[in-house]
Design a protein around this ligand. Structure first.
Ligand code: BEZ
Ligand code: FE
Length: 337
C-alpha cells in the first residue's frame, strides 16, 4: 500500500492584518482622511482640519475635478505665493475677492445693530499714520475735491469717548494710496492719526474719496478677468477707531453716489456705512474751516461696543426654503466631528 498523497490545501490569500485605519475609497475619502487627525493634540486644530477636509472633498466630488483643473489650481496658488512680498499679500487679496476676508471680519465683529459695523482692513495700512491736530489738512498733494470730514465717537449709551483715537487713510484723486506711489505722493498723504476732543468729536480737511481698482496685475487680477469681474472698490475712507475700555472698530465710510457700491471687488460695503457727501456753498463756513468755497462735507459718527460686552450671537440661518444649495445633495454629511 502506498501512502495516500497528502493534499495540503493552501489558504486563500488574505490581506495582511492592519492595526489601524480604513483604506481610502472614493465614497469614504473624507472620513478616512479626517480619521488621520484623531490624535491631534490641539482640539481646535482638529476641528478646523476635519471640517476643511470634509468641505474640500465634497467640493472635489461635486465638480468632479479633473487632473488638469487640479494642476491649474496648484499653478494658480503657486503663482499667488510667488506674487507675495514685503509690500504685497496676494493671498489676502485672494481671500478678499472670494469674500472670505469680509466673512471672517463680520463673524468676528458682530454688532447686533448696536455699534458701527466693521469692514475689511485692506493692504494699505502698512505704514503708521502721522499724528495730526484737529482740523489739519491731510491732503498733501493738493489734488481732488476739498472735503470737511467730521464725526463723534460714542459708546453704546451715547457716552462721548473723549480721547478716542481716529486713524484714517484714503487714496488720492488718482486712486492710489501714498505707499503705492513713493516718490510721487508725499509720505503720509491722505493719512492721519487724530485724537477726539472731550466730546469725542474729530474733524479734519481732506478730499472727497474716489473709487479705485485693487491691485490687479497678478493672479487675483487674472481670476477677476477670467470671471468677468471688475477690480474696483467704491469710493471710501478707511477708519480704525479705538478707545480704552471699548472694542476697536476697523471700518470705512462709503460715498453714497460712488460707482461700484453694489459691486465692490472685495464685498466690503454695508448699508450702514454709506453716507451722502453734499456740496456746501457757504463762503463764511469755508473760511472758518480753511477750505475753498464750495466744499463737500462728510459726517461719520461711530459707536464702539464696550470691551466687556458679551459676544453677539450669529444671525439666524436662512429658512430652508430660502437657502441656496451649493453642494450636491449627500456629498457632505456632517462637518467637524
Ligand atoms: C482697500 O480698501 O484699501 C483694499 C481692500 C481690500 C483689497 C485691496 C484694497
Ligand atoms: Fe481702500
Amino acid at each position: 500500500m502506498t501512502a495516500a498523497p497528502s493534499h495540503t490545501v493552501s489558504p486563500a490569500p488574505q490581506a495582511p492584518s492592519r492595526a489601524g485605519g480604513e483604506l481610502f475609497t472614493e465614497e469614504r475619502s473624507a472620513e478616512v482622511v479626517a480619521a488621520s487627525f484623531a490624535h491631534t493634540p490641539n482640539a481646535r486644530l482638529q476641528e478646523v482640519l476635519t471640517s476643511l477636509v470634509h468641505h474640500l472633498h465634497a467640493f472635489v466630488k461635486e465638480v468632479e475635478l479633473t487632473e488638469e483643473e487640479w494642476g491649474a489650481a496648484i499653478d494658480f496658488l503657486t503663482r499667488t505665493g510667488q506674487m507675495c512680498s514685503d509690500v504685497r499679500q496676494e493671498f489676502i487679496l485672494l481671500s478678499d475677492v472670494l469674500g472670505v476676508s469680509m466673512l471672517v471680519e463680520t463673524i468676528n465683529h458682530r454688532t447686533g445693530g448696536t455699534s458701527t459695523e466693521s469692514t475689511v482692513l485692506g493692504p494699505f495700512h502698512m505704514t503708521e499714520s502721522p499724528e495730526r491736530q484737529p482740523g489739519d489738512d491731510i491732503n498733501l498733494d493738493g489734488k481732488g475735491t476739498p472735503c470737511l470730514v467730521s464725526g463723534q465717537v460714542t459708546g453704546p449709551y451715547g457716552e462721548p469717548l473723549a480721547g478716542a483715537t481716529v486713524d484714517v487713510w484714503q487714496t488720492n484723486e488718482d486712486g492710489f494710496y501714498d505707499v503705492q506711489q513713493p516718490g510721487i505722493q508725499p509720505p503720509g498723504n491722505l493719512r492721519g492719526l487724530f485724537t477726539a476732543d472731550a466730546e469725542g468729536r474729530f474733524w479734519f480737511r481732506s478730499v472727497v474719496p474716489r473709487y479705485y481698482p485693487i491691485p490687479d496685475d497678478g493672479p487675483v487680477g487674472q481670476l477677476l478677468a477670467a470671471t468677468g469681474r471688475h477690480p474696483n472698490r467704491p469710493a471710501h475712507l478707511h477708519f480704525i477707531v479705538s478707545a480704552p475700555g471699548y472694542r476697536p472698530v476697523t471700518t470705512h465710510v462709503f460715498v453714497a453716489d460712488s460707482p461700484y457700491l453694489d459691486s465692490d471687488a472685495v464685498f466690503g460695503v454695508k448699508d450702514s456705512l454709506i453716507r451722502d457727501v453734499p456740496e456746501v456753498d457757504d463762503p463764511a463756513r469755508a473760511a472758518e474751516v480753511g477750505l475753498p468755497n464750495p466744499f463737500h462735507t462728510l459726517t461719520f459718527d461711530l459707536t464702539l461696543l464696550r470691551a466687556d460686552s458679551p459676544p453677539v450671537a450669529a444671525p439666524p440661518a436662512p429658512r430652508e426654503a430660502d437657502a441656496q444649495p451649493t453642494l450636491a445633495e449627500g456629498a457632505f454629511e456632517g462637518g467637524a466631528s
